[in-house]
Design a protein around this ligand. Structure first.
Ligand SMILES: [Zn+2]
Length: 511
């Protein structure tokens, strides 16, 4: 995700890269995301209920449908990653785009060292301004009674599931989508101005790690989802008039009357996301084996073309630096959000107001969100407990994009602007390694999106550029599809530099 505080960067980059527009960013710079203290709740959906959800049949052990989602160089990973969760998910959208009938089965393997007596799932729709009702839940075809608390679902496993064993979780659910989702987590879950943004719409298995289950309600300043790599076979049934934009690769499509049915193979990935509008138009281009698709609204062809160019160039430059982009497709889609943009696997949703054709911030946002394909999706991290590992690092690689594309002047403008972010901090000395909810006021944005990038710059300075570049490329490879953390980052960096970085981490990172 990229916050609006960063908009001054666009102005500076603009002045060195192109065009010579004069833009007043006054409204953008100092406007924090506003949220009501109490969710207003969605207005009632008005249309008839959607048809029932039905699953697409397949074999749990057969990962071959996902080959289409990956470039050739990454397809061997499908023979690896033993025991990652496999979702067979069905989402049926109502005519009013405010209701979803959902059904999922998850082939869940206990990959931990202990027997598990329950599986925790996040119910994000009710944290994002909508609602989710849970219907029948079964474990290996046996009906069970889950515990449903706000945003969370605990499914009992009786007897406890031993390490290495698997179960199939069957969950029926109905989702109500808010019309005013912009007040929650930046509007990533809502139907606004004819655009549906369906983020985290299904019950999602949470991460179990040394802390146990990560089942705390996420702080709404940060990204809500922390998840393991999984496979998602997703069937979307929707009104035929909609253009659907989804994570993953479409592998089946059919039309039945006024309804369409599409099947997406998405994975390995950390999430499934869907956007839809009857008004989207598409332009695309290829970068190597990757098809980059840019969707845009009527009258915004120039913005759509720019988005396509920035995304394609980001894929190209980051692939060269951090290892090849894994998927055969990357989508860019405009949504109504109070953020600049939001990252999802194989896709980024961008603030629709930036498609004017003369918004230089579009390039910053898209470079940032594409950077997350490496540092959030490929290498995961706890986005709530250690947000600097995805957000600060992605700010750093955004400046690398400007350096690689525009040379020194582009990089300097980028860094000048991250400095101005840092300058907003109430406590500029605050370490970058805090959790989202440990920062107060503006400091989450100022420290994580400003100061944090300078830590990676200091690390580069300390290690030397060539060693640092090799280290960061190795970090993306060594922790691909896994979870990185501060200890892993430090250990790998020290291996590369053959030096002790404890002092540097104490100076910048540790609380
Ligand atoms: Zn971000």
């Amino acid at each position: 995700m990229l916050k609006k505080l960063l908009l001054p960067l666009a102005f500076l980059v603009l002045s060195v890269s192109c065009c010579g527009y004069t833009i007043d960013f006054g409204d953008w710079i100092a406007t924090p995301t506003s949220r009501p203290t109490e969710p207003p709740g969605p207005t009632a959906p008005s249309g008839p209920p959607p048809p029932p959800a039905e699953l697409t049949g397949f074999d749990w052990q057969d990962r071959s449908p996902f080959a289409a989602n990956l470039v050739a160089g990454w397809q061997p990973v499908l023979d690896q990653l033993p025991g990652i969760s496999f979702y067979n998910l069905s989402l049926v959208l109502g005519e009013d785009l405010r209701q979803v009938n959902g059904l999922e089965e998850i082939y869940y393997t206990n990959r931990e060292n202990a027997a598990l007596d329950r599986v925790w799932l996040g119910l994000f729709p009710e944290l994002l301004g909508g609602q989710i009702a849970i219907g029948e839940v079964r474990v290996d075809d046996r009906a069970v009674t889950p515990e449903h608390s706000l945003g969370m679902l605990a499914i009992p496993l009786e007897p406890a599931l031993p390490a290495g064993q698997a179960v199939v979780l069957h969950i029926e659910f109905q989702v109500s989508i808010p019309a005013q989702g912009g007040n929650f987590y930046y509007g990533i879950f809502g139907y606004n101005r004819g655009i549906l943004s369906l983020a985290h719409a299904y019950p999602t298995v949470l991460v179990y790690n040394a802390e146990g289950w990560n089942n705390e309600i996420p702080d709404d300043d940060g990204d809500p989802l922390f998840s393991d790599t999984s496979l998602y076979l997703v069937t979307v049934n929707a009104p035929a008039s909609l253009v659907l934009v989804a994570s993953g690769r479409e592998i089946e499509r059919s039309l039945e009357g006024d309804r369409q049915r599409a099947v997406y193979a998405n994975g390995p990935a950390r999430d499934f996301y869907l956007a839809a509008s009857p008004d989207f138009t598409l332009r695309s281009q290829t970068v190597g084996d990757v098809t980059v698709r840019s969707y845009y609204l009527p009258g915004e062809e120039i913005g759509g073309e720019q988005a396509l160019d920035y995304a394609a160039e980001s894929i190209r430059l980051f692939s060269a630096r951090y290892g090849s982009y894994p998927y055969s497709e990357f989508d860019v889609v405009p949504i109504v959000t109070t953020a600049g943009g939001v990252e999802y696997p194989g896709l980024t949703a961008i603030n629709a107001d930036m498609y004017t054709g003369h918004d230089p911030y579009l390039e910053v946002v898209i470079a940032h969100e594409v950077g997350h394909q490496w540092f959030y999706n490929l290498v995961g991290n706890d986005t709530q407990d250690e947000p600097y590992l995805d957000e600060s690092l992605t700010q750093f690689v955004t400046c690398q994009y400007f350096a690689d594309r525009y040379g020194r002047s582009g990089a300097e403008a980028c860094w000048d602007d991250l400095q101005s972010n840092w300058d907003y901090a109430d406590d500029p000395e605050s370490p970058i390694g805090l959790s989202v909810d440990d920062y107060s006021g503006w400091d989450y944005v100022s420290i994580i999106y400003g100061k944090g990038a300078f830590f990676f710059d200091a690390l580069r300075e300390r290690m030397g550029e060539a060693v640092f570049d090799a280290f960061l490329r190795d970090y993306a490879a060594a922790y691909a599809w896994e979870i990185g953390d501060t200890a892993a980052l430090k250990r790998l960096a020290e291996t590369h530099c053959n030096c002790d970085l404890t002092g540097l981490f104490e100076q910048w990172v540790y609380p």
